[in-house]
Design a protein around this ligand. Sequence first.
Ligand code: RTP
Ligand code: MG
Length: 143
Amino acid sequence: MAIERTFSIIKPDAVAKNHIGAIYNRFESAGLKIIASKMVHLSKEQAEGFYAEHSARPFFGALVSFMTSGPVMVQVLEGENAVVANREIMGATNPAEAARGTLRADYAASIDENAVHGSDAVESAAREIAYFFSADEVCPRTR
Ligand code: RTP
Ligand code: MG
């Protein structure tokens, strides 16, 4: 299996509920390494740009409004099969359909406020990492 990088957001609902540490623990317990991290309060333009692929969808306005409603944590996760591994840790988009023990089952209230984002492919991960982090903000482990 390949060592990959993926991009993750702890969304405003989970930050507001003080779940940052619990969610980081899930990543680390699963063997994913946090190799970049920061807190940001997204502007409307940043949120619209990040979710541009959904701009024609009926939920786009609500999604941008939610994502700008408070600070988020953004991070780069590195590990074996990181993109799929993180999606498995997160669970289904709709928390009502998320498997037991996943982040969305445990921490998300609804499909609109669903606690976490994770890249859906290696290609989107590279684009999303570059959207938030410069090369010198990413710190691969040497030990
Ligand atoms: P994300 O991008 O946030 O990690 O979520 P995802 O891949 O699981 O889902 P995606 O299809 O990319 O949708 C992005 C976010 O839009 C909201 N959404 N609402 N009402 C709806 O039918 C609907 N579908 C998607 C969700 O908050 C989802 O996380
Ligand atoms: Mg998505």
